[in-house]
Design a protein around this ligand. Structure first.
Ligand code: AMP
Length: 408
């Protein structure tokens, strides 16, 4: 299927419509990317082992294999013009091997940092940015020392492999250290202890960088979490303009400093001292950027495509205040057959996305709602009311229990 319509001998030459984009990972982020790619005349091929992967349903083709499967990676390289990803925990070794064959954007160097909280925070500090104080911990004795240094409360996290608030334990007093250490694997995986930041708001910034080094950023948004999972995003974040500018500058510093080609989402907390602390980065589209589909002059997925194909980046503009609420398994099941969805869509400015996942469970991201309104708070009210109505109907009439397909 690869058309090889760009000239790989010309480094500045863009990858044009008609080309094939390989996507590592087949979840909802890949699905929304593939829809945008198709709109713009590109082909997509997904690498994911799941035969019902959300992205595989809308892409041109899917290679059903894990990325660690080297022959599958080779096939992806042979059939695509460029490779991008929607999942930052892709195997770094396999991505490095792919990079020998084809441009992979972002590359293995960025992934290595994004997969490890210790490297993330170390890099942020190297670039002059603030993070929570932290210590790398590999034994219980080191944890006891670290708790003494950083004080309580503090948060023990696995350095790798955590997501949506998983792999974390709050240490409220030094006596909690042993239990927390055992809970997180007793030193089998590397750990990080972070000082607790007393914050008033969580925000994120999404930046794009092209192969030519140009950077463009989306507005800063506020994120509210429930049980460690993103619940609600408000765009724009209610921050004073200088603080919002500072947040964008932090995002751009990391994007340039890590040499990202593609997207970089940077999660931060706003301390009660009005200082911004970098918490996590993700070199891919981000749940907090879903609102861009309806509310911005360019969606995060189109911007990812522009960046990885070497097309001019769009200058993102927020066209209207917006809010996005996730639809989890407990809110709507798979979302099939709910009359309340029709009622929700009767609200002006409300949009629905469902990811086509075939089974639901609590905490699994099944879709999202976006509302546009005159203010982000008003939009938030709209999406929360719509979601509450959907959830109420779903609770009255839940789907038959479905198998556990794991979080994506
Ligand atoms: P994370 O998986 O690092 O994004 O953490 C999940 C959530 O825990 C964040 O969204 C914050 O609400 C909270 N959190 C994480 N790290 C800290 C910290 N150092 N201080 C205070 N709250 C934190």
């Amino acid at each position: 299927m690869s058309s090889r319509i760009h000239n790989p001998d010309l480094p500045g030459s863009p990858i044009l419509p008609g080309a094939t984009i390989g996507m590592v990972g087949g979840g909802q982020l890949g699905r929304l990317f593939a829809l945008e790619a198709r709109r713009m005349g590109y082909h997509t091929i997904i690498l994911d082992p799941d035969s019902s992967a959300p992205a595989g349903q809308v892409a041109d083709d899917q290679i059903r294999a894990p990325l660690a499967d080297i022959s599958a990676a080779r096939e992806l390289a042979a059939r695509a013009d460029v490779v991008t990803l929607e999942w930052e925990n892709a195997d770094v070794g396999a991505i490095s091997a792919l990079e020998e064959l084809i441009p992979v954007r972002p590359g293995a160097g960025v992934l290595r940092v994004a997969q490890n909280r210790i490297l993330e925070k170390t890099e942020a500090r190297r670039l002059g940015l603030s993070t929570a104080d932290f210590r790398a911990v590999s034994s219980q004795a080191e944890l006891v020392d670290a708790v003494r240094d950083l004080g309580t409360p503090s948060i023990l996290k696995t350095a790798t492999g955590g997501y949506d608030g998983k792999g974390q334990a709050v240490i409220r007093s030094p006596g909690d250290a042993a239990t927390a250490f055992a809970e997180l694997g007793g030193g089998v995986v590397p750990l990080i202890l972070e000082a607790f930041v007393d914050f008033r708001m969580e925000v994120s910034v999404l930046c794009a960088r092209g192969p030519d080094g140009r950077v463009e950023s989306f507005p800063v948004v506020e994120n509210r979490h429930q049980n460690g999972i993103l619940d609600l995003t408000l765009a724009p974040a209610p921050l004073p303009a200088p603080l919002a500018r500072e947040a964008v500058k932090i995002g751009e510093t990391l994007t340039r400093g890590l040499g990202v080609v593609g997207l970089l989402a940077v999660e931060m907390v706003v301390g009660r001292d009005d200082q911004l602390y970098v918490n996590e980065i993700a070199p891919r589209p981000h749940n907090s950027g879903h609102y861009t589909w309806e509310a911005c002059s360019v969606s995060q997925f189109e911007q990812q495509l522009r960046a990885v194909c070497g097309l001019p980046l769009a200058r993102p503009e927020l066209l209207r205040p917006a809010a996005m609420a996730n639809l989890l398994g407990e809110h709507c099941g798979t979302g099939k057959g709910l009359l309340s969805v029709a009622d929700a869509l009767a609200r002006p400015g409300l949009a629905l996305h469902l990811y086509g996942k075939q089974s639901a469970r609590a905490g699994r991201k099944m879709g999202h709602l976006t509302a546009l309104a005159d203010s982000a708070e008003e939009a938030a009210t709209q999406v929360m009311e719509a979601r509450a109505a959907i959830e109420a109907e779903y609770r009255r009439n839940p789907e038959p229990a479905a198998g556990n397909r794991g979080i994506e």
